[in-house]
Design a protein around this ligand. Sequence first.
Ligand code: KG4
Ligand code: ZN
Length: 360
Amino acid sequence: MTSVLALETSCDESAAAYVRRLNDGRLVVVASRIASQVAEHARWGGVVPEIASRRHVEALPVLIEQVLEEAGESLDGVDAVAATVAPGLAGALMVASVTGRTLAALYGRAFLGVHHLEGHLASVQLAERQPKPPYLVLLVSGGHTELIRVAEHGGMDRLGRSHDDAAGEAFDKVARLLGLGYPGGPAIQLAAESGNSQRYSLPKGRISLPGGGFHPYDFSFSGLKTAMLRTVQAESEACQGSDLPLADLAASFEQVVADVLVERSLRCAVDQGIRELVMVGGVAANKRLRTLMQKRAAQKGIQVSIAPLEYCTDNAAMIGAAALMRLHSGAKGTSLQMGVAARWPLTDAAALYDSSTVVF
Ligand code: KG4
Ligand code: ZN
């Protein structure tokens, strides 16, 4: 049995978790707490980095105390301390990184600097049924929309990506346009519940290939955003001061995003002969997307595993899961000299667990 204390402060959620790997390989979240700063950032319509860092400093020590108490454990019982070190807001990342390194040094435990996206990928291992590679991952969050093939030996390669906004970013921007608040995903989902998703015909952004035709697995959401703006302008003129049809606008937008994510992911899986699809990240919490992916994948005989709802958006349990998987495959720990990196490709994540790597 191996236990880790995991910390996450890469954006606007401060989080700590106590996660265990049992001898049979199962991962158990013993305690997980999140202190969301969403309400504070909502006033500004998005994340304010300086406010995020300050709130992390205040929240993290309390969260650590709470998870240790809930787990009935002390730091003497952990095998390692893990913290997200890349990618994200540098000042925010620094909070979990410095806290994690300090605790690891004080208690003589290994430190693991975890890649945030590797954490999202590991979140699916906290589901009832754990998928086994090879599989295709649709990673859909506020900063990323990517299709990643995970090979049998764990190696990753990216087969598709967004060329402009990430899907979550599109949700956030369109929610702002509709006056629905921040974060946009949950607000649009709620507004869309009573809406007609077929009322507006919206574009499924495509990326042209130099030799003609379109990239089969890449995404573009900027045209959709512009189309939403035009539709809202036309509706505002037409309704002359009366209320905009918000539910229909939200539902039509949500439907086209879900459609395009599902279509391209399944096309990629079928073309590549991959029989299993995994969906993770904040947008994977979307009900319409979850239902549509399950239904269309079943029609094609593709098995789907989606991260549990509570571990789709940022949390520390997924960071603990990623750290435990790395420890199990032989990682000894990250250097205590390791800083943080605002950008770091997921395909280079392995370098973070090599004790000779130092980033600032
Ligand atoms: O994974 P996450 O918490 O943070 C990043 O690493 O980016 O994802 C946050 C994103 C936000 O853009 C938010 O609007 C979106 O996930 N999101 C959703 C839902 N819940 C969160 N999008 C659609 N439907 C939801 N229910
Ligand atoms: Zn995230």
